[in-house]
Design a protein around this ligand. Structure first.
Ligand SMILES: NC(=O)c1ccc[n+]([C@@H]2O[C@H](COP(=O)([O-])OP(=O)(O)OC[C@H]3O[C@@H](n4cnc5c(N)ncnc54)[C@H](OP(=O)(O)O)[C@@H]3O)[C@@H](O)[C@H]2O)c1
Length: 256
C-alpha cells in the first residue's frame, strides 16, 4: 500500500472502505460518492495504477480522504496482502465493496471468470471478516444478467461471466449465517446494463440486439445512479442477503 502522508490524521473518525476494482467505471464512481460522504476510500486497482492514483488525488483535492492499493484479487497472496495492508496501515477495515469483476478480457483463460468472480470474492470476504467490526458491511456488486442467471437470456458470450458472478453471489450467500453471527451487514446490489460503461460498449459490439432489447425497456441506469446505490448499500440496515435492484424493472421478482 502506498502512503499518502499522516494516515491517522487523515482517517480519524472516518470509516475505512475498501472498494475493489475502483480504478475505473462503477468502482471509481462509488469511491467518489463514498469519499464525498466522509469515508476514507481505499481505491484498489489491478493494472491501472496511474488512473487509481489520479482518482485518489482528485478525491483528496475535493476535501475527501483516499489512498490506493494495487492487488490482483484473483491471486490469493495478493488478496491477503491487500487486506492485511489496509489493516496494518489504518488499524481497521469497516466496509468491503466487492466490485471488481472480469472474464470478458480478450486474453482471459476459460477458468478465469470463476477464479475472479466466485473464488476471489468468497476469499476476500473471508479475509475481511477477520477484521470487520460488528456493524461493518460487505457489498457485492452484480448485474441482473448474473443475479437472475441462468433463468434469463444474456448477451452472446456473457454466459460464463453471468454464471461465475451468480456462483460468487451464492458463495457469499452461503456465508450469511456467519455474517449474522458477527453482526456484519451484507447487501447485494444488482443493476441492469449501465449506460456508458466499457462492458456495455463491449457487449454492444458482440451482441447489439441484446443491448437494444434492454434499452427498449427504458433508459439504462447511469454510472452515477448505480454507484450511488452501491454507496447507499454500505449503510443499509436490511437483513444480510438483501438484494437492491437498480433499473430493469422487468427483471425484478415483484414484476416478473
Ligand atoms: N457495466 C455494466 O453495465 C454493469 C451492470 C451491472 C453490474 N455491473 C457490475 O459492476 C461492477 C463494475 O463494473 P464496471 O463496468 O465498472 O467494470 P470495468 O469497467 O470492467 O472495471 C473493472 C475494474 O475491476 C478491476 N479489476 C479487474 N480484475 C481485477 C482483479 N483481478 N483484481 C483487482 N481488480 C480487478 C479493474 O482494474 P484495472 O483496470 O486496474 O485492471 C477495474 O478497475 C462489476 O461487478 C459488474 O459486474 C456492471
Amino acid at each position: 500500500m502506498e502512503s499518502t502522508g499522516n494516515e491517522s490524521d487523515a482517517t480519524a473518525g472516518r470509516r475505512i472502505v475498501l472498494v475493489t476494482g475502483a480504478s475505473r467505471g462503477i468502482g471509481a464512481e462509488t469511491a467518489r460518492v463514498l469519499a464525498a460522504r466522509g469515508d476514507h476510500v481505499v481505491v484498489n486497482y489491478r493494472e491501472k495504477r496511474k488512473r487509481a492514483e489520479t482518482l485518489a488525488a482528485d478525491l483528496r483535492a475535493a476535501g475527501g480522504s483516499a489512498s490506493v492499493a494495487g492487488a490482483d484479487i484473483a491471486d490469493p497472496d495478493s488478496a491477503r496482502a491487500l487486506v492485511d495492508g489496509v489493516v496494518a496501515k489504518f488499524g481497521r477495515l469497516d466496509v468491503l465493496v466487492l466490485n471488481a469483476s472480469g472474464g470478458l478480457e480478450r486474453d482471459a483463460a476459460p477458468e478465469y471468470a470463476m477464479l475472479l468472480n466466485r473464488d476471489a470474492q468468497a476469499r476476500l470476504a473471508t479475509l475481511a471478516l477477520e477484521h470487520l467490526p460488528a456493524g461493518g458491511h460487505l457489498v457485492f456488486v452484480t448485474s441482473h444478467q448474473a443475479h437472475f442467471s441462468p433463468g434469463r437470456p444474456v448477451p452472446a458470450g456473457y454466459e460464463p461471466i453471468a454464471a461465475s458472478k451468480r456462483a460468487g453471489e451464492d458463495a457469499l450467500r452461503a456465508m450469511i449465517p456467519e455474517f449474522d453471527r458477527r453482526g456484519t451487514g451484507f447487501t447485494v446490489v444488482s443493476g441492469d446494463m449501465i449506460d456508458g460503461t466499457i462492458i456495455v460498449r463491449l457487449l454492444e459490439r458482440r451482441d447489439p440486439d441484446a443491448v437494444t432489447a434492454r434499452r427498449d425497456h427504458g433508459a439504462l441506469p447511469t454510472v452515477e445512479e448505480f454507484a450511488t446505490a452501491v454507496a447507499d448499500a454500505t449503510v443499509a440496515t436490511t437483513p444480510p442477503g438483501h438484494t437492491h435492484y437498480v433499473g430493469g424493472a422487468d427483471f425484478h421478482p415483484a414484476t416478473v
